[in-house]
Design a protein around this ligand. Structure first.
Ligand SMILES: [Zn+2]
Ligand SMILES: [Zn+2]
Length: 95
């Protein structure tokens, strides 16, 4: 399980994949059925920009979160199984 923080107010609304949720699916090889927050079963998913709650890793990642968790400002705990995909387009779809 990982602790993450949602990054609010990103202006980067999509990428070449069509949406950040598709971007996550393409690079994780996973399919999201519900929110990545460990106890949340909401299915209104978006590809959310997050950072790990870890001062040693300031990278931006995409994971699927429900729209209400995508607006959260606190630290969230994610499910063990969810893969973190880089939100850096230069390392992924715009390489
Ligand atoms: Zn993409
Ligand atoms: Zn949620």
């Amino acid at each position: 399980m990982a602790k993450i923080k949602n990054i609010n107010g990103t202006s980067d609304n999509d990428c070449k994949c069509g949406s950040w949720l598709k971007h996550w699916g393409k690079y994780s090889g996973q399919t999201a059925n519900w929110c990545s927050e460990k106890s949340c079963i909401n299915k209104d998913l978006v590809g959310a920009h997050v950072q790990k709650a870890d001062v040693n890793d300031m990278s931006w990642y995409i994971i699927p979160l429900c729209s209400s968790h995508n607006k959260s400002t606190g630290v969230l705990e994610t499910m063990e199984s969810v893969k973190f995909v880089s939100a850096n387009k230069k390392e992924t779809c715009e390489k």
